[in-house]
Design a protein around this ligand. Structure first.
Ligand SMILES: [Zn+2]
Length: 237
């Protein structure tokens, strides 16, 4: 928990996570900052005077923000906001934009106000940069895998977590065990997740999505989504 002192100001890089209207002319904003975790602030007159924030208050922008806790008390105020990185390559691509907006929504749901998740800001920066360059569905599963890892739920899909075999007739995802179980280790009703385990280096080099790698992309996406639902009660979309 970040303790806020009266009059204290904060300058940091940030991504906008959430923006809701407040009264006629203001907005309550939530940011994921580089060094201060999730921060909430009110943008006074945000609707009328978009010039005040240079029209940059948008999702998928990396921003430089300055906030201050008013001396008379009340909500932390956004004083200043500048664009650091617009991620034009993502914004120019509809599919990449949809993926990135789902990430922002998921991050917004798993990080409460005042909380900080080490490495999360850098993960989002890296993910957005990669989305404009590499195969999108691969970048998406790599991001979701790492986001789960940052939140304490890194899933090993390279072998059975029970007997450590990396070859089996079929593998099944077990949220309780935190990974895959082979035919022999999985008890009770089964929903097959994978025909073969996913080698650990799949996450390190860009996939071409061909053959079994296409299956890995689809299957791992479904497994990570199930992980988000099971561990965090959040559907990553
Ligand atoms: Zn096993």
């Amino acid at each position: 928990m970040v303790v806020k002192k009266i009059g204290e100001s904060l300058k940091d890089q940030a991504f906008l996570l959430r923006s809701v209207p407040y009264g006629d002319d203001h907005r309550i904003l939530s940011f994921l900052t580089a060094s201060h975790g999730r921060v909430e602030a009110i943008a006074l007159g945000a609707k009328k005077s978009s010039k005040r924030f240079s029209g940059v208050l948008d999702f998928l922008h990396c921003l430089e923000i300055e906030t201050q806790v008013p001396r008379r008390g009340g909500l932390t105020q956004l004083l200043h906001c500048e664009l650091r990185e617009p991620y034009e390559g993502v914004r120019a691509d509809y599919e990449a934009t949809i993926i990135a907006l789902k990430w922002i929504r998921t991050v917004s749901r798993v990080v409460p106000e005042g909380q900080s998740v080490p490495g999360l800001f850098a993960l989002l920066q890296e993910g957005l940069s990669s989305l404009a360059v590499y195969r999108r569905d691969w970048v998406d599963v790599v991001f979701l895998r790492q986001l789960l890892g940052r939140l304490g739920f890194l899933l090993d899909l390279s072998r059975c977590v029970g007997c450590h075999r990396d070859r089996a007739e079929a593998f099944y995802f077990s949220p309780e065990e935190g990974g895959l179980l082979c035919e022999a280790c999985h008890p009770g009703p089964k929903i097959q997740a994978l025909a073969g385990a996913i080698p650990a280096d799949f996450w390190e080099r860009e996939s071409n999505g061909a053959g079994e790698e296409g299956d890995w992309l689809r299957a791992s996406r479904a497994i990570f989504a199930a992980g988000f639902r099971h561990y965090l009660g959040v559907d990553p979309g």
